[in-house]
Every structure is written in C-alpha cells, then in structure tokens.
Design a protein around this ligand. Structure first.
Ligand code: NAG
Length: 278
C-alpha cells in the first residue's frame, strides 16, 4: 500500500516549516556591517504607567524649568497637599531617567517654564471606586504655562505624577510640546498588606502608599487583623489589641489609622480595611 500523495498537505507542511526561517531572515539586522547599537528609535521618555495617549511630536524639545516654577491648583484639602508635595519633588529631585533623553532636545535659549495651572471641574467628588481619574496635560512649546485639566482632584493627582516624570536633570529640563490624555484601564488598582501575620510600623505603610501613588495605584487593601495577631486598637473593646497584638509596641491606635487614611487621601489612595476576627 502506497499512501496517497497529497500535494496540498505537502505545501502546507513546507510553509509551516519554512515560515519561522523566513521570519528570522526578515527580522535579522540589515545593517550588519555596523556593530554598534543605534539608540531607541522613538520614545526617549517613558511615562509610567503608560498613558492612554502621549504625544511629543518631532522635533522633540525640552525647555528649562524656572527655579521659581509654581503649581497653581484649586484649594482642596488633599489636592493642595499633593500639589505642594509635587512642587517640592520637581524642584529638588533632579531625577535622571534610566534612559536619558538625548541632550540635543534641550533648547536652553527658550524661556523657562514658569507654571503649571491645574483645573478641576468637580472638586467635591469623593475618592470612591469608579471615581473619574482621567486628566489631560498640555505643556506648550511656544511659551505660556502648562495646563492640567481633570474632572476630580484624584485625576489631577495622576496628572501631577505624569508631569513630574516629564521633568529631569540638573538644571531641570521639562519636555515641551507634550500632550497627554489619560485614564486608567482598571478602576481598582490595589495592593494588599497583611499586618496581622507581620506587623509593619506606620512609616512602612505610608512609604508603601507613597510608592503606590507614584505608580498610580489607588487602593491600599489593609488586611489589619487576623488569627495571628490583632494589632488594631478598638477603644470600645481594648482587650482585643491588649491581648491579641504581638506586643504593646505593635499596635495601630485610632490616631495611627487616621494618619494612614489621611496620607492615603493626600496620595489619591483609598484605604480599604479588612478586619478578620480571630
Ligand atoms: C530655541 O528657542 C528660541 C527662543 O524661543 C527659538 O528662537 C529657537 O528657534 C529655538 N530653537 C530650536 C532649535 O527649537
């Protein structure tokens, strides 16, 4: 018995076998004579997390940031705190990106950027699940202030984070001609910390929340208590922490909790407590 020869099957098989080879050939470098790597072709600045749209059209330019640079934002308990914090960061950090933008982008003879104006349409919007965190940011190349527009204070905080990532070096340079439109893909972007199995001092918690906010995360899921320990001081039931904590120096007082919640709000991070009973 001789198996029937099927020409179609043969050709298909041949294609399957050769396709990876063709792919390798077509993607191999065409400039094999030059051994040096060329710089990344497009994006010298990588805002993190990546905004929905980020435009920095050619020719990409950066201007100096004025040493008298200001952020003017509406009066809001938490947004004002965030604006002050970002202003300090922007004026003092002088951060050096891992992949520095080419120095050729800096036009040092252009007028330095003087101000970022923040506009929020609904200042009363609370930080709840599904809060509008969209924002748009424009840093003009032809002079004038940068503008950050958001529906809520929480969206404005995300925009401040993005702006801070567009400033680098010493003296500070800021990318101009930039337009960002951004809103998160997921409403809940959280991190959970279990302070029952392991106690963490309040400073560790606030440091964690600050890092979350730099990454535009918005929910700190605080797994406060469980069977292993009960560090939460509940004034109406003081024995829970007195007998249940790992030690009297390993508890969270009502003031500690207030501090964590306030710190979270100043950073656009909602604290979601989980209280498990022993
Ligand atoms: C640099 O800025 C100056 C002043 O605004 C302007 O005249 C000049 O064209 C700019 N140079 C480049 C290369 O953009």
């Amino acid at each position: 018995m001789v198996p029937n020869f099927n020409p179609n099957l043969f050709i298909n098989t041949l294609l399957i076998l050769t396709t990876p080879l063709l792919f390798i050939i077509s993607t191999s470098p065409t400039t094999s004579s030059s051994p040096s790597l060329s710089p990344p072709p497009s994006f010298p600045i990588n805002v993190w997390p990546k905004p929905t749209t980020f435009r920095w059209p050619e020719p990409r330019r950066a201007h100096l940031l004025s040493s008298a640079f200001t952020i003017s934002s509406p009066n809001h308990r938490h947004l004002s705190a965030a604006a002050n914090r970002y202003l300090r960061l922007i004026l003092t950090e002088h951060h050096r990106p891992l992949v520095p933008p080419p120095t050729a982008v800096l036009n040092a003879s252009a007028a330095p950027l003087q101000a970022l104006l923040v506009h929020v349409s609904d200042l009363a919007a609370p930080l709840v699940h599904g809060a509008d965190e969209s924002y748009s940011l424009k840093i003009p190349g032809g002079g004038g202030a940068a503008r950050l527009t958001a529906k809520t204070a929480w969206g404005a905080m995300r925009g401040l984070e993005t702006f801070s990532q567009l400033v680098w070096g010493e003296p500070s340079a800021v990318a101009v001609g930039v337009e960002v439109e951004d809103s998160p893909e997921y409403g809940h972007r959280g991190l959970m910390l279990d302070t029952s199995r392991n106690y963490y001092p309040v400073e560790d918690i606030t440091r964690t929340i600050a890092a979350m906010s730099a990454n535009k995360l918005n929910v700190f899921h605080w797994h406060v208590t469980d069977s292993q320990s009960f560090p939460l001081v509940v004034p109406s039931e003081p024995e829970l922490a007195a007998k249940g904590s790992y030690g009297s120096d390993m508890v969270y007082t009502p003031d500690d909790v207030r501090r964590v919640v306030e710190f979270g709000l100043d950073h656009g991070v909602r604290v979601l407590p989980e209280i498990d009973s022993p």
